[in-house]
Ligand binder design. Structure first.
Ligand code: ZN
Ligand code: ZN
Length: 417
């Protein structure tokens, strides 16, 4: 029969790598509980319209990268390419804006984009992120950014840098976009085909293009900063002051824009200097119109998402040594019942224990015990069974003792301390 492989751009995460994932997830939960964020889990797929309206029809993600399909009833559904639109949808639908306080959520889970797979980039990838609603103070923006930065620092990420910018609002951005369009048209010859199309649909995205010609041209374009309205300028000043108070180092990058359309005012990105082209680890910003655009009340939001695959590339999470695994080796079918009773005691007492049912020779069973990284190999032979004892080999210290079976738990407890 033909072998069936995982779809391109997906991968299996297995032991021991899975341990690093579990540790990372645990640390996200612990860290964000300090800031009163609660976990939210939304469906992996949504009505396609949610992302078209939420992320923006003109974005790369919606135009090229969505996994969209029709279900049997002819509805257009899409595997979520990001989670902000889903969280907003869930908050509106579940009436969370009235029911939950504070309105702070974090999520961890897979996202899906039909992207070109390459090192560290997958079609099913994982993000963790946060969304905070209602409060509009610039100090809140500073806290969200501070927490993101502090989290990466606590994880031990090195050489990270934070860039912030303001991308304006619906009041001041249109005038700036006109200026940008004029400048881009004047440089049309130097732009790649993609960017030429963006002039009319999404000129801000030209700043994101990696082509040398586009980069050179974009470096001459005006930035939004002098075009910010009073409200946006004040807000941005407040964010920077807040970051200073929280003692977060940052630089202002006036050409930093975010890939999704819904951002207003604050935008931020944390990069690592260690990863070359794939250096963005975390990005986000404020979205004051999104809730309303998705049919909800006029409530502001701010959030970010971080790629977990990339985070893990930077992380050296040393999976802790396996806890005190006991490997139970029995020499014959006669001693198996004794071994099963001992195993039951161990499991009930909370010890990880593995019982080898194979009745292979002892040498083989010791090899398996080694491969499992077991701390102790418990041997039940005919002699031990006859005398109600068990032989224990300490696999680390290479010592061996024989004790009565009923003293096993006590013996292990003493070893723990
Ligand atoms: Zn503005
Ligand atoms: Zn370009």
């Amino acid at each position: 029969m033909n072998r069936i492989n995982a779809p391109r751009g997906t991968r299996d995460i297995v032991y021991p790598e899975i341990t690093a994932w579990q540790i990372l997830e645990e640390r996200i939960r612990e860290f964000y509980s300090r800031f009163l964020y609660r976990e939210i889990r939304t469906p992996m797929f949504e009505h396609s319209e949610l992302f078209q309206r939420g992320i923006g029809d003109a974005t790369e993600v919606v135009q090229k990268e969505m996994y969209t399909f029709e279900d049997k009833a002819g509805r257009s559904l899409t595997l979520r390419p990001e989670n902000t639109a889903s969280v907003v949808r869930a908050a509106i639908e579940g009436g969370l804006f009235d029911a939950v306080f504070p309105l702070r959520f974090f999520y961890i889970g897979p996202m899906f984009r039909y992207d070109k797979p390459q090192k560290g980039r997958f079609r099913q990838f994982h993000q963790f992120g946060v969304e905070v609603f209602r409060e509009e103070n610039p100090e809140l923006d500073a806290e969200v950014v501070y927490a993101a930065y502090a989290f990466l620092e606590e994880l031990g990420l090195k050489e990270i840098s934070l860039e912030v910018n303001s991308v304006g609002c619906e009041e001041c951005r249109p005038a700036y976009l006109k200026v940008l369009q004029q400048e881009a048209r004047a440089h049309q010859q130097e732009l790649c085909l993609d960017c030429r199309r963006k002039i009319d649909t999404n000129p801000l995205r030209i700043f994101d293009c990696k082509q040398p010609g586009c980069r050179a041209a974009a470096a001459t374009f005006s930035t939004i900063t002098p075009h910010l309205c009073r409200g946006c300028a004040d807000h941005f000043a407040g964010v920077r002051a807040g970051l200073d108070t929280y003692a977060v180092p940052y630089t202002v990058n006036e050409r930093m824009v975010r890939g999704l359309d819904y951002y207003t005012r604050t935008a931020f990105e944390i990069t690592s200097d260690r990863l070359g082209a794939q250096n963005a680890i975390l990005g986000g910003g404020r979205y004051n119109r999104l809730v309303r655009d998705l049919g909800g009340p006029d409530i502001a939001g701010i959030g970010f998402a971080a790629g977990m695959e990339r985070l893990l590339l930077h992380l050296e999470i040393a999976p802790g040594k396996d806890p005190q695994i006991c490997f139970l080796a029995c020499q014959s079918a006669d001693s198996r019942a004794d071994a099963m009773k001992l195993a039951r005691q161990l499991w009930r007492a909370g010890y990880p224990a593995y019982l080898d049912y194979s009745a292979a020779n002892l040498k083989k069973q010791f090899r398996r015990s080694d491969r499992m990284n077991a701390a102790f190999t418990l041997v039940l032979g005919t002699e031990e069974s006859a005398s109600g004892e068990v032989s224990i080999k300490d696999m680390v210290r290479q010592e061996q003792v024989r004790i009565p079976q009923q003293e096993l738990l006590q013996w292990l407890d003493q070893r723990k301390s």
